[in-house]
Design a protein around this ligand. Structure first.
Ligand code: AMP
Length: 536
Protein backbone atom coordinates (compact mmCIF):
# COMPACT_ATOMS: atom_id res chain seq x y z
CA UNK A 1 0.00 0.00 0.00
CA UNK A 2 1.30 3.47 -0.87
CA UNK A 3 1.13 6.29 1.64
CA UNK A 4 -1.55 8.89 1.03
CA UNK A 5 0.78 11.84 1.52
CA UNK A 6 1.62 14.38 -1.20
CA UNK A 7 4.82 13.92 -3.17
CA UNK A 8 5.96 17.50 -2.49
CA UNK A 9 9.47 18.39 -3.71
CA UNK A 10 12.15 19.25 -1.16
CA UNK A 11 13.64 22.31 -2.85
CA UNK A 12 15.18 25.62 -1.77
CA UNK A 13 12.45 27.96 -3.14
CA UNK A 14 10.13 26.61 -0.45
CA UNK A 15 12.61 27.64 2.25
CA UNK A 16 13.03 31.09 0.70
CA UNK A 17 9.26 31.60 0.46
CA UNK A 18 8.74 30.49 4.05
CA UNK A 19 11.43 32.88 5.30
CA UNK A 20 10.15 35.79 3.21
CA UNK A 21 6.54 35.37 4.32
CA UNK A 22 7.06 34.58 7.98
CA UNK A 23 10.29 36.19 9.09
CA UNK A 24 10.34 39.42 7.07
CA UNK A 25 11.33 41.62 10.00
CA UNK A 26 14.30 39.46 10.99
CA UNK A 27 17.71 41.07 10.54
CA UNK A 28 20.84 40.26 8.51
CA UNK A 29 23.98 42.07 9.57
CA UNK A 30 27.19 42.14 7.51
CA UNK A 31 30.54 43.71 8.32
CA UNK A 32 31.77 45.49 5.17
CA UNK A 33 35.39 45.59 3.93
CA UNK A 34 35.72 49.16 5.34
CA UNK A 35 34.55 47.72 8.72
CA UNK A 36 31.21 49.55 8.63
CA UNK A 37 28.10 47.52 9.48
CA UNK A 38 25.44 46.87 6.83
CA UNK A 39 21.94 45.92 8.03
CA UNK A 40 18.97 44.61 6.10
CA UNK A 41 15.85 42.59 6.85
CA UNK A 42 14.76 39.18 5.64
CA UNK A 43 12.13 41.05 3.55
CA UNK A 44 14.87 42.90 1.80
CA UNK A 45 16.93 39.73 1.35
CA UNK A 46 13.84 37.90 0.02
CA UNK A 47 13.10 40.64 -2.51
CA UNK A 48 16.69 40.94 -3.76
CA UNK A 49 17.16 37.17 -3.92
CA UNK A 50 14.11 36.79 -6.14
CA UNK A 51 15.39 39.69 -8.28
CA UNK A 52 18.70 37.84 -8.64
CA UNK A 53 16.93 34.63 -9.70
CA UNK A 54 14.82 36.51 -12.24
CA UNK A 55 17.80 38.49 -13.56
CA UNK A 56 19.90 35.34 -13.98
CA UNK A 57 17.14 33.73 -16.01
CA UNK A 58 16.87 36.90 -18.11
CA UNK A 59 20.62 36.74 -18.64
CA UNK A 60 20.15 33.30 -20.16
CA UNK A 61 20.82 30.98 -17.23
CA UNK A 62 19.68 27.47 -18.18
CA UNK A 63 18.76 24.71 -15.72
CA UNK A 64 21.90 23.30 -14.16
CA UNK A 65 24.18 26.17 -15.28
CA UNK A 66 26.91 26.93 -12.76
CA UNK A 67 27.29 30.37 -11.22
CA UNK A 68 30.55 30.82 -9.34
CA UNK A 69 30.96 33.05 -6.31
CA UNK A 70 34.23 34.52 -5.04
CA UNK A 71 32.85 36.20 -1.95
CA UNK A 72 33.22 36.65 1.77
CA UNK A 73 30.49 35.84 4.28
CA UNK A 74 27.99 38.63 3.69
CA UNK A 75 24.37 39.36 2.76
CA UNK A 76 24.97 39.36 -1.01
CA UNK A 77 26.61 35.94 -0.78
CA UNK A 78 23.45 34.78 1.01
CA UNK A 79 21.41 36.15 -1.92
CA UNK A 80 23.49 33.98 -4.25
CA UNK A 81 23.09 30.99 -1.89
CA UNK A 82 19.37 31.10 -2.66
CA UNK A 83 19.02 33.18 -5.86
CA UNK A 84 21.14 30.85 -8.01
CA UNK A 85 19.45 27.54 -7.04
CA UNK A 86 16.00 29.16 -7.03
CA UNK A 87 16.61 30.05 -10.70
CA UNK A 88 17.42 26.39 -11.38
CA UNK A 89 21.16 27.10 -11.44
CA UNK A 90 24.00 25.63 -9.39
CA UNK A 91 25.86 27.82 -6.91
CA UNK A 92 29.58 27.07 -7.08
CA UNK A 93 31.42 28.64 -4.15
CA UNK A 94 35.10 29.24 -4.98
CA UNK A 95 37.55 28.96 -2.09
CA UNK A 96 39.49 32.23 -2.10
CA UNK A 97 42.36 30.69 -0.10
CA UNK A 98 43.39 28.45 -2.99
CA UNK A 99 46.25 29.09 -5.38
CA UNK A 100 45.29 30.82 -8.66
CA UNK A 101 46.10 27.70 -10.72
CA UNK A 102 43.84 25.60 -8.53
CA UNK A 103 41.03 28.16 -8.76
CA UNK A 104 41.39 28.23 -12.54
CA UNK A 105 41.19 24.44 -12.71
CA UNK A 106 38.18 24.27 -10.40
CA UNK A 107 36.15 27.02 -12.11
CA UNK A 108 36.93 25.61 -15.54
CA UNK A 109 36.25 22.00 -14.53
CA UNK A 110 32.90 23.02 -13.03
CA UNK A 111 32.11 24.97 -16.20
CA UNK A 112 31.21 28.16 -14.32
CA UNK A 113 29.30 30.36 -16.77
CA UNK A 114 28.79 33.45 -14.64
CA UNK A 115 30.75 34.70 -11.65
CA UNK A 116 29.74 36.93 -8.74
CA UNK A 117 32.76 38.52 -7.04
CA UNK A 118 33.24 40.89 -4.12
CA UNK A 119 35.08 44.01 -5.26
CA UNK A 120 37.92 43.63 -2.74
CA UNK A 121 38.57 40.10 -4.08
CA UNK A 122 39.24 41.31 -7.64
CA UNK A 123 43.03 40.96 -7.15
CA UNK A 124 42.48 37.22 -6.55
CA UNK A 125 40.27 36.98 -9.63
CA UNK A 126 42.95 38.75 -11.68
CA UNK A 127 45.25 35.83 -10.95
CA UNK A 128 43.09 33.29 -12.79
CA UNK A 129 40.27 34.88 -14.79
CA UNK A 130 42.09 34.65 -18.12
CA UNK A 131 42.25 30.88 -17.77
CA UNK A 132 38.49 30.48 -17.26
CA UNK A 133 35.70 30.92 -19.78
CA UNK A 134 33.42 33.08 -17.61
CA UNK A 135 30.75 34.54 -19.84
CA UNK A 136 29.88 37.41 -17.51
CA UNK A 137 31.39 38.64 -14.27
CA UNK A 138 29.28 40.63 -11.78
CA UNK A 139 31.07 42.71 -9.18
CA UNK A 140 29.50 43.40 -5.78
CA UNK A 141 30.78 46.95 -5.34
CA UNK A 142 32.14 48.45 -2.20
CA UNK A 143 32.93 51.93 -3.49
CA UNK A 144 35.37 51.41 -6.36
CA UNK A 145 35.04 51.30 -10.13
CA UNK A 146 34.05 48.28 -12.16
CA UNK A 147 36.98 46.99 -14.27
CA UNK A 148 36.37 46.87 -18.00
CA UNK A 149 34.73 43.69 -19.19
CA UNK A 150 32.89 43.25 -15.88
CA UNK A 151 29.46 44.42 -14.72
CA UNK A 152 27.90 45.84 -11.58
CA UNK A 153 25.96 43.21 -9.59
CA UNK A 154 23.30 45.79 -8.75
CA UNK A 155 22.87 46.54 -12.46
CA UNK A 156 22.16 42.84 -12.96
CA UNK A 157 19.48 43.00 -10.27
CA UNK A 158 18.04 46.13 -11.91
CA UNK A 159 17.17 44.11 -15.02
CA UNK A 160 14.56 42.20 -12.98
CA UNK A 161 10.97 43.41 -12.52
CA UNK A 162 9.92 41.48 -9.41
CA UNK A 163 7.33 39.61 -11.45
CA UNK A 164 8.88 36.17 -11.19
CA UNK A 165 7.81 32.53 -10.98
CA UNK A 166 10.28 29.87 -9.93
CA UNK A 167 11.14 27.39 -12.66
CA UNK A 168 10.18 23.76 -12.02
CA UNK A 169 12.96 22.14 -10.04
CA UNK A 170 13.30 18.42 -9.38
CA UNK A 171 14.37 17.78 -5.79
CA UNK A 172 17.28 15.66 -7.02
CA UNK A 173 18.62 18.46 -9.23
CA UNK A 174 21.90 20.03 -8.16
CA UNK A 175 21.63 23.25 -6.15
CA UNK A 176 25.29 23.81 -5.32
CA UNK A 177 28.85 22.66 -5.80
CA UNK A 178 32.02 22.67 -3.80
CA UNK A 179 35.46 21.25 -4.58
CA UNK A 180 37.59 19.40 -2.08
CA UNK A 181 41.35 18.83 -2.22
CA UNK A 182 42.27 15.27 -2.98
CA UNK A 183 45.26 13.35 -1.63
CA UNK A 184 46.45 12.93 -5.17
CA UNK A 185 45.39 14.42 -8.42
CA UNK A 186 43.14 17.37 -8.94
CA UNK A 187 40.49 18.74 -6.58
CA UNK A 188 37.20 16.89 -6.79
CA UNK A 189 33.76 18.44 -7.16
CA UNK A 190 30.74 17.53 -5.08
CA UNK A 191 27.32 18.49 -6.48
CA UNK A 192 24.75 18.97 -3.70
CA UNK A 193 21.09 18.27 -4.43
CA UNK A 194 18.10 20.36 -3.32
CA UNK A 195 16.73 17.30 -1.54
CA UNK A 196 20.01 16.60 0.28
CA UNK A 197 20.35 20.26 1.26
CA UNK A 198 16.79 20.47 2.61
CA UNK A 199 17.11 17.25 4.63
CA UNK A 200 20.52 18.35 5.94
CA UNK A 201 18.92 21.64 6.98
CA UNK A 202 16.15 19.91 8.94
CA UNK A 203 18.79 17.77 10.63
CA UNK A 204 21.15 20.58 11.71
CA UNK A 205 18.29 22.71 13.02
CA UNK A 206 17.28 19.97 15.47
CA UNK A 207 17.88 20.73 19.17
CA UNK A 208 20.43 17.94 19.66
CA UNK A 209 22.43 18.88 16.58
CA UNK A 210 23.07 22.66 16.30
CA UNK A 211 19.63 23.68 17.55
CA UNK A 212 18.51 26.82 15.65
CA UNK A 213 15.36 28.80 16.28
CA UNK A 214 13.82 32.13 15.27
CA UNK A 215 14.95 33.45 18.67
CA UNK A 216 18.59 32.79 17.81
CA UNK A 217 21.25 35.10 16.48
CA UNK A 218 23.73 33.15 14.35
CA UNK A 219 27.31 34.11 13.48
CA UNK A 220 28.80 31.56 11.07
CA UNK A 221 32.51 32.37 10.96
CA UNK A 222 33.20 29.23 8.93
CA UNK A 223 33.54 30.55 5.37
CA UNK A 224 30.59 30.34 3.01
CA UNK A 225 33.09 29.17 0.35
CA UNK A 226 33.91 26.03 2.37
CA UNK A 227 31.35 23.22 2.53
CA UNK A 228 28.22 25.41 2.66
CA UNK A 229 29.50 27.04 5.86
CA UNK A 230 28.44 23.82 7.62
CA UNK A 231 24.86 24.40 6.49
CA UNK A 232 24.48 27.39 8.82
CA UNK A 233 23.28 30.03 6.29
CA UNK A 234 20.50 27.87 4.84
CA UNK A 235 19.53 26.60 8.31
CA UNK A 236 19.36 30.16 9.70
CA UNK A 237 17.12 31.27 6.82
CA UNK A 238 14.79 28.30 7.34
CA UNK A 239 14.68 28.79 11.11
CA UNK A 240 14.18 32.55 10.73
CA UNK A 241 17.19 33.34 12.93
CA UNK A 242 18.98 36.68 12.91
CA UNK A 243 22.17 36.25 10.86
CA UNK A 244 25.46 38.06 11.36
CA UNK A 245 28.36 37.93 8.88
CA UNK A 246 32.00 38.84 9.45
CA UNK A 247 32.81 39.95 5.89
CA UNK A 248 36.59 39.88 5.48
CA UNK A 249 37.23 40.54 9.19
CA UNK A 250 37.54 37.33 11.22
CA UNK A 251 40.25 38.50 13.66
CA UNK A 252 39.58 38.10 17.38
CA UNK A 253 38.55 41.70 18.12
CA UNK A 254 36.22 41.91 15.12
CA UNK A 255 34.60 38.59 16.01
CA UNK A 256 34.21 39.54 19.68
CA UNK A 257 32.70 42.89 18.75
CA UNK A 258 30.00 41.16 16.68
CA UNK A 259 29.36 38.47 19.31
CA UNK A 260 28.89 41.22 21.90
CA UNK A 261 27.08 43.98 19.95
CA UNK A 262 24.68 41.73 18.05
CA UNK A 263 23.78 39.38 20.93
CA UNK A 264 24.97 36.22 19.17
CA UNK A 265 23.56 32.96 20.61
CA UNK A 266 25.14 30.46 18.21
CA UNK A 267 28.43 30.72 16.38
CA UNK A 268 30.65 28.33 14.41
CA UNK A 269 34.25 28.16 13.26
CA UNK A 270 37.46 26.14 13.06
CA UNK A 271 39.75 25.92 16.14
CA UNK A 272 42.19 28.41 14.56
CA UNK A 273 39.51 31.11 14.78
CA UNK A 274 38.79 30.37 18.44
CA UNK A 275 42.34 30.33 19.84
CA UNK A 276 42.91 34.11 19.57
CA UNK A 277 39.28 34.77 20.65
CA UNK A 278 39.85 32.67 23.75
CA UNK A 279 43.14 34.46 24.46
CA UNK A 280 41.44 37.85 24.22
CA UNK A 281 38.63 36.73 26.49
CA UNK A 282 41.10 35.44 29.06
CA UNK A 283 43.23 38.57 28.93
CA UNK A 284 40.44 41.13 29.10
CA UNK A 285 37.16 39.47 30.05
CA UNK A 286 35.77 42.80 31.24
CA UNK A 287 35.90 44.19 27.68
CA UNK A 288 33.27 41.81 26.32
CA UNK A 289 29.78 40.95 27.36
CA UNK A 290 28.78 37.77 25.56
CA UNK A 291 25.43 36.04 25.93
CA UNK A 292 25.99 33.32 28.56
CA UNK A 293 23.79 30.87 26.67
CA UNK A 294 25.90 31.32 23.51
CA UNK A 295 26.77 27.97 21.92
CA UNK A 296 30.03 27.58 20.01
CA UNK A 297 30.31 25.00 17.27
CA UNK A 298 33.91 23.99 16.66
CA UNK A 299 34.84 21.69 13.82
CA UNK A 300 36.80 21.21 10.63
CA UNK A 301 39.77 20.05 12.73
CA UNK A 302 39.88 18.49 16.18
CA UNK A 303 38.81 20.91 18.92
CA UNK A 304 41.38 20.64 21.75
CA UNK A 305 39.83 19.48 25.04
CA UNK A 306 41.42 22.47 26.80
CA UNK A 307 39.50 24.82 24.48
CA UNK A 308 36.22 23.07 25.25
CA UNK A 309 36.96 23.32 28.99
CA UNK A 310 37.95 27.00 28.79
CA UNK A 311 34.77 28.02 26.98
CA UNK A 312 32.77 25.86 29.36
CA UNK A 313 34.33 27.69 32.34
CA UNK A 314 33.03 30.92 30.78
CA UNK A 315 29.54 29.39 30.68
CA UNK A 316 29.39 28.58 26.97
CA UNK A 317 28.46 25.20 25.54
CA UNK A 318 30.88 23.91 22.91
CA UNK A 319 29.51 21.55 20.27
CA UNK A 320 32.37 19.70 18.62
CA UNK A 321 31.30 18.81 15.09
CA UNK A 322 32.74 16.62 12.36
CA UNK A 323 31.83 16.56 8.72
CA UNK A 324 33.14 16.61 5.19
CA UNK A 325 32.60 18.54 1.96
CA UNK A 326 31.24 15.25 0.59
CA UNK A 327 28.57 15.23 3.35
CA UNK A 328 26.91 18.66 2.76
CA UNK A 329 28.82 18.62 5.31
CA UNK A 330 27.69 17.73 8.86
CA UNK A 331 28.05 14.12 10.04
CA UNK A 332 28.41 14.10 13.83
CA UNK A 333 27.97 16.53 16.73
CA UNK A 334 29.29 16.30 20.28
CA UNK A 335 26.11 16.95 22.21
CA UNK A 336 25.69 15.53 25.74
CA UNK A 337 23.43 12.47 25.88
CA UNK A 338 21.54 11.74 29.13
CA UNK A 339 24.33 9.25 29.92
CA UNK A 340 26.45 12.32 30.78
CA UNK A 341 24.56 12.65 34.05
CA UNK A 342 26.31 9.50 35.29
CA UNK A 343 29.80 10.56 34.25
CA UNK A 344 32.52 12.33 36.20
CA UNK A 345 33.47 15.79 34.96
CA UNK A 346 36.66 14.42 33.40
CA UNK A 347 34.75 11.71 31.58
CA UNK A 348 32.30 14.31 30.30
CA UNK A 349 35.07 16.46 28.82
CA UNK A 350 36.87 13.45 27.33
CA UNK A 351 33.61 12.57 25.60
CA UNK A 352 32.88 16.14 24.50
CA UNK A 353 36.34 16.26 22.89
CA UNK A 354 35.38 13.31 20.69
CA UNK A 355 33.80 14.22 17.35
CA UNK A 356 30.26 13.36 18.51
CA UNK A 357 27.32 11.15 17.66
CA UNK A 358 25.97 10.75 14.12
CA UNK A 359 23.02 12.86 13.00
CA UNK A 360 19.81 10.99 12.21
CA UNK A 361 20.12 9.59 8.68
CA UNK A 362 23.91 9.56 8.83
CA UNK A 363 24.55 5.84 8.85
CA UNK A 364 28.06 5.03 10.05
CA UNK A 365 30.27 1.95 10.28
CA UNK A 366 33.86 1.44 11.30
CA UNK A 367 35.67 -0.83 8.88
CA UNK A 368 38.52 -2.67 10.59
CA UNK A 369 40.90 -5.20 9.06
CA UNK A 370 38.40 -7.98 9.85
CA UNK A 371 35.20 -6.27 8.74
CA UNK A 372 32.90 -3.91 10.69
CA UNK A 373 34.36 -3.12 14.12
CA UNK A 374 32.33 -3.14 17.36
CA UNK A 375 31.33 0.11 19.05
CA UNK A 376 33.62 -0.49 22.02
CA UNK A 377 35.55 2.76 22.06
CA UNK A 378 38.77 0.84 21.31
CA UNK A 379 38.70 -0.95 18.00
CA UNK A 380 39.95 1.32 15.25
CA UNK A 381 38.99 1.31 11.61
CA UNK A 382 38.09 3.59 8.74
CA UNK A 383 34.87 5.52 9.23
CA UNK A 384 32.45 4.84 6.40
CA UNK A 385 29.16 6.69 5.96
CA UNK A 386 26.01 6.74 3.87
CA UNK A 387 22.87 8.84 3.91
CA UNK A 388 20.61 11.20 1.96
CA UNK A 389 23.04 14.16 2.03
CA UNK A 390 26.23 12.19 1.36
CA UNK A 391 27.82 12.22 -2.12
CA UNK A 392 27.49 9.09 -4.21
CA UNK A 393 30.17 10.20 -6.70
CA UNK A 394 32.28 13.18 -7.68
CA UNK A 395 31.36 15.53 -10.51
CA UNK A 396 33.11 14.36 -13.69
CA UNK A 397 35.87 12.56 -11.76
CA UNK A 398 39.32 12.30 -13.33
CA UNK A 399 41.63 9.35 -12.70
CA UNK A 400 40.95 6.45 -10.36
CA UNK A 401 38.52 7.11 -7.51
CA UNK A 402 38.37 4.59 -4.67
CA UNK A 403 36.26 6.65 -2.25
CA UNK A 404 33.17 4.41 -2.37
CA UNK A 405 32.96 0.77 -1.35
CA UNK A 406 31.31 -1.81 -3.61
CA UNK A 407 28.36 -1.95 -1.22
CA UNK A 408 27.71 1.80 -1.44
CA UNK A 409 29.44 3.40 1.57
CA UNK A 410 31.57 6.54 1.33
CA UNK A 411 35.08 6.07 2.69
CA UNK A 412 35.92 9.11 4.79
CA UNK A 413 39.67 8.48 5.10
CA UNK A 414 39.33 9.16 8.84
CA UNK A 415 40.41 6.43 11.25
CA UNK A 416 38.13 6.28 14.29
CA UNK A 417 36.80 4.41 17.29
CA UNK A 418 33.14 4.54 18.27
CA UNK A 419 32.13 4.00 21.89
CA UNK A 420 29.06 2.19 23.18
CA UNK A 421 27.10 5.49 23.34
CA UNK A 422 27.88 6.14 19.66
CA UNK A 423 30.49 8.90 20.13
CA UNK A 424 33.00 8.85 17.27
CA UNK A 425 36.62 9.68 18.03
CA UNK A 426 39.03 10.42 15.19
CA UNK A 427 42.40 8.84 15.91
CA UNK A 428 44.18 9.19 12.58
CA UNK A 429 43.75 9.92 8.90
CA UNK A 430 44.49 7.63 5.97
CA UNK A 431 44.39 10.50 3.47
CA UNK A 432 47.71 12.16 2.91
CA UNK A 433 46.63 15.70 3.64
CA UNK A 434 47.49 18.37 6.17
CA UNK A 435 44.76 20.61 7.56
CA UNK A 436 46.14 24.00 8.46
CA UNK A 437 43.80 26.66 9.81
CA UNK A 438 40.82 24.72 8.46
CA UNK A 439 42.11 24.44 4.89
CA UNK A 440 43.88 21.55 3.20
CA UNK A 441 47.46 21.24 2.04
CA UNK A 442 48.19 18.24 -0.15
CA UNK A 443 51.38 16.58 1.11
CA UNK A 444 51.60 14.69 -2.15
CA UNK A 445 51.52 17.85 -4.28
CA UNK A 446 54.28 19.44 -2.19
CA UNK A 447 56.33 16.20 -2.32
CA UNK A 448 55.97 16.01 -6.10
CA UNK A 449 57.12 19.60 -6.44
CA UNK A 450 60.08 18.94 -4.12
CA UNK A 451 61.11 15.89 -6.08
CA UNK A 452 61.06 18.05 -9.21
CA UNK A 453 64.04 19.97 -7.77
CA UNK A 454 67.25 18.83 -9.47
CA UNK A 455 69.08 18.46 -6.15
CA UNK A 456 66.33 16.56 -4.29
CA UNK A 457 66.20 12.78 -4.54
CA UNK A 458 63.37 11.99 -2.15
CA UNK A 459 60.88 14.01 -0.13
CA UNK A 460 58.05 13.32 2.29
CA UNK A 461 55.84 15.97 3.86
CA UNK A 462 54.09 15.35 7.18
CA UNK A 463 51.83 17.30 9.54
CA UNK A 464 53.28 18.64 12.78
CA UNK A 465 50.85 19.70 15.53
CA UNK A 466 50.69 23.48 15.87
CA UNK A 467 49.06 25.60 18.57
CA UNK A 468 47.52 28.19 16.27
CA UNK A 469 47.05 26.42 12.92
CA UNK A 470 46.41 22.95 14.47
CA UNK A 471 48.73 21.42 11.85
CA UNK A 472 51.66 22.74 9.82
CA UNK A 473 53.77 20.93 7.19
CA UNK A 474 57.32 19.70 7.75
CA UNK A 475 59.35 18.63 4.70
CA UNK A 476 61.70 15.66 5.10
CA UNK A 477 64.21 15.80 2.27
CA UNK A 478 67.02 13.59 0.93
CA UNK A 479 69.35 15.56 -1.33
CA UNK A 480 71.60 14.35 -4.13
CA UNK A 481 75.22 13.64 -3.19
CA UNK A 482 77.28 16.82 -2.97
CA UNK A 483 74.28 19.14 -2.74
CA UNK A 484 74.51 22.10 -0.35
CA UNK A 485 70.80 22.91 -0.52
CA UNK A 486 69.49 24.94 2.43
CA UNK A 487 66.03 24.96 4.00
CA UNK A 488 65.54 28.55 2.83
CA UNK A 489 66.37 27.59 -0.75
CA UNK A 490 63.89 24.71 -0.61
CA UNK A 491 61.17 27.02 0.74
CA UNK A 492 61.92 29.66 -1.91
CA UNK A 493 61.71 26.97 -4.60
CA UNK A 494 58.25 25.91 -3.37
CA UNK A 495 57.20 29.56 -3.22
CA UNK A 496 57.33 29.60 -7.04
CA UNK A 497 54.47 27.07 -7.19
CA UNK A 498 52.40 27.25 -4.05
CA UNK A 499 50.47 29.75 -1.96
CA UNK A 500 52.57 30.99 0.96
CA UNK A 501 50.64 29.04 3.60
CA UNK A 502 51.36 25.75 1.78
CA UNK A 503 55.14 26.10 2.23
CA UNK A 504 56.53 23.83 4.96
CA UNK A 505 57.56 25.73 8.09
CA UNK A 506 60.75 23.69 8.28
CA UNK A 507 62.88 21.33 6.21
CA UNK A 508 64.67 18.34 7.75
CA UNK A 509 67.50 16.90 5.69
CA UNK A 510 68.08 13.16 6.15
CA UNK A 511 70.03 10.21 4.71
CA UNK A 512 66.92 8.30 3.65
CA UNK A 513 63.15 8.29 4.10
CA UNK A 514 61.98 5.18 5.98
CA UNK A 515 60.02 2.78 3.76
CA UNK A 516 57.39 0.10 4.20
CA UNK A 517 57.97 -3.48 3.07
CA UNK A 518 56.34 -2.58 -0.25
CA UNK A 519 58.73 0.32 -0.74
CA UNK A 520 56.32 3.19 0.04
CA UNK A 521 57.38 6.07 2.25
CA UNK A 522 56.55 5.13 5.82
CA UNK A 523 55.07 8.37 7.05
CA UNK A 524 53.99 6.84 10.34
CA UNK A 525 57.69 6.35 11.16
CA UNK A 526 58.39 9.99 10.31
CA UNK A 527 55.42 11.15 12.41
CA UNK A 528 56.70 9.12 15.38
CA UNK A 529 60.24 10.42 14.92
CA UNK A 530 59.08 14.05 14.79
CA UNK A 531 56.26 13.71 17.32
CA UNK A 532 57.78 16.37 19.59
CA UNK A 533 59.21 18.50 16.78
CA UNK A 534 59.35 22.19 17.53
CA UNK A 535 58.63 24.26 14.46
CA UNK A 536 60.50 27.57 14.20
P1 AMP B 1 36.53 19.17 4.53
O1 AMP B 1 35.95 18.34 3.45
O2 AMP B 1 37.52 20.15 4.05
O3 AMP B 1 35.47 19.78 5.37
O4 AMP B 1 37.36 18.21 5.47
C1 AMP B 1 36.82 17.06 6.07
C2 AMP B 1 37.87 16.40 6.90
O5 AMP B 1 38.32 17.31 7.91
C3 AMP B 1 37.41 15.18 7.65
O6 AMP B 1 37.43 14.01 6.87
C4 AMP B 1 38.43 15.14 8.79
O7 AMP B 1 39.65 14.57 8.37
C5 AMP B 1 38.66 16.62 9.09
N1 AMP B 1 37.77 17.06 10.16
C6 AMP B 1 36.59 17.70 10.06
N2 AMP B 1 36.07 17.96 11.27
C7 AMP B 1 36.92 17.46 12.17
C8 AMP B 1 36.94 17.38 13.60
N3 AMP B 1 35.99 17.90 14.35
N4 AMP B 1 38.00 16.76 14.18
C9 AMP B 1 39.00 16.24 13.44
N5 AMP B 1 39.04 16.28 12.10
C10 AMP B 1 38.02 16.87 11.47
Amino acid sequence: MRGTIMDYPLTLPTILEHAGRLHGAQEIVSRQPDRSIHRCTFSNFYRRTRLLAEALLKAGLKPGDRVGTLCWNNATHLEAYFGVPCAGGVLHTLNLRLHADELAYIAQHAGDRFLIVDEDLLPILDGFKDKVDFERIFVVRSGGDIPSGMEDYDDLLATATGDFDYPTIDENDACGMCYTSGTTGKPKGVAYSHRGMVLHTFAVIAPDVFGLSMRDCILPIVPMFHANAWGMPVAAVMAGSKIVFTGPHADADSVLELLDNEGVTLTAGVPTIWLPVLDALKRQPQDWSLRPEMKIIIGGSAAPESMIRDFNDMGHQVIHAWGMTEMTPVGTTGVPKPAFDNMTEDEQFTTLAKQGIPLPFVDIRVMGDDGPAPWDGETMGELQVRGPWIASSYYKPEGTIDSWTDDGWFRTGDVVTVDAEGYVKITDRTKDLIKSGGEWISSVDVENALMGHPEIREAAVIAIPHDRWIERPLACVVTEVGSALTAEAVQAFLGETFAKWWIPDAVEFMEEIPRTSTGKFQKTALRTRFADYKLP
